[in-house]
Design a protein around this ligand. Structure first.
Ligand SMILES: NC(=O)C1=CN([C@@H]2O[C@H](COP(=O)(O)OP(=O)(O)OC[C@H]3O[C@@H](n4cnc5c(N)ncnc54)[C@H](O)[C@@H]3O)[C@@H](O)[C@H]2O)C=CC1
Ligand SMILES: O=C([O-])CC(=O)C(=O)O
Length: 308
């Protein structure tokens, strides 16, 4: 198994680090345009092997795609992160060009790879990667819902003062401050609805905090987050390479599912060795359906800005 991560910045390096620690592949190539950075970070990571005990080898590459040849999974994290006060959508101008070029280069050397898009605005970058590359839809996955769901579980666990491990819940819709849909109605504490433990007001606050989860961290740190994004991306890679068939909300191409067509946005999918294997059809309430439609409208208007 060979995995490539493009972008050796905060998210890309953290993703690669998590992947090698869990030995999800024999080789992990980390590629960046900045001279020496991916080589340096890869060597630094490999120097943890003797301390942490793993055998996966990270390989750095300064924009040399030959080294990525034959990758089974490729992850795209290259692009600008937002600064405090910005929305993810404001990154579209610069990141669209980067994602387009990187996708082309990756598929030239790894035409059969499963592609995971992380760069923001993620749903639109996933759509762009699909439209520009013509890659089969089941091999293209946008990462956002896994992270948003982890934040949702964390805020629920904090409000209930319990372990996040015992909380189950999903966030679907777009990966934007106003487009996410935390599915509070379906969240449970080991199978027990969370509404048995938290008031309607508390649940509303958890949902609101989840939606601006990325913005909150960007304000605190000065740039956007990387620990949970890197862990969430690794979790998608793990479900794919170990064929775990986990159900994870991911941004995928919809062709009528959830009432939407010709758009990539977050819905629960089963992730296995061939990519996303099926979309799980949740029975949404009328309010959730309306929120999904509103979210799709916003994502669609962002896609229109690509002028494809
Ligand atoms: N989908 C999600 O849930 C999340 C998405 N993000 C997004 O991920 C992206 C990366 O974030 P960070 O790692 O924090 O940024 P960063 O600035 O730390 O790293 C980005 C890296 O991309 C590299 N890069 C730029 N153009 C490139 C190209 N053409 N080829 C190869 N490498 C190139 C840069 O040199 C830099 O090292 C941002 O767009 C951010 O908004 C971040 C967190 C979560
Ligand atoms: O907030 C951002 O811009 C980065 C991101 O997508 C996240 O952390 O959810």
């Amino acid at each position: 198994m060979k995995i490539t991560v493009v972008g050796a910045g905060a998210v890309g390096a953290t993703t690669a680090d998590n992947i090698i620690r869990r030995e999800l592949a024999e080789e992990v190539v980390l590629l960046d345009i900045k001279e020496g950075v991916s080589e340096g970070k890869s060597l630094d990571m490999y120097q943890t092997a003797a301390l942490l005990g793993f055998n996966t080898k990270p390989i750095g590459s300064t924009n040399d795609y030959e080294k990525t040849k034959g990758s089974d999974v490729v992850v795209i994290t290259s692009g600008l992160p937002r600064k405090p006060g910005m929305t993810r959508e404001e990154l579209i101008g610069i990141n669209a060009g980067i994602v387009k070029g990187v996708t082309e280069n990756l598929l030239k050397y790894s035409p059969k790879a499963i592609v995971i898009v992380v760069s923001n605005p993620m749903d639109t970058m996933t759509y762009l990667a699909l439209k520009e590359s013509g890659i089969p839809k089941k091999r293209l996955i946008g990462m956002g819902g896994a992270l948003d769901s982890a934040r949702f579980k964390t805020y629920l666990a904090l409000a209930m003062d319990v372990s996040p491990l015992d909380i189950h819940g999903m966030v679907i819709g777009g990966h934007g401050d106003t487009t996410m849909i935390p599915l509070t109605r379906l969240a449970t504490y080991n199978g027990i609805p969370v509404s048995r433990f938290l008031s309607a007001d508390q649940l509303e606050k958890v949902a609101a905090d989840t939606m601006v989860g990325g913005a909150t961290l960007t304000k605190l740190i000065g740039t956007s987050a990387w620990y949970a994004p890197g862990a969430a991306t690794m979790m998608l890679v793990e479900s794919i390479v170990r064929n775990q068939k986990r159900i994870v909300p991911c941004s995928v191409y919809l062709n009528g599912e959830y009432g939407q067509k010709d758009i990539c946005m977050g819905v629960p999918v089963v992730l296995g060795r061939s990519g996303w294997e099926k979309i799980v059809n949740l029975r949404l309430s009328d309010a959730e359906k309306a929120a999904f439609e509103k979210s799709a409208e916003a994502v669609r208007s962002m896609n229109a800005a690509l002028n494809l």
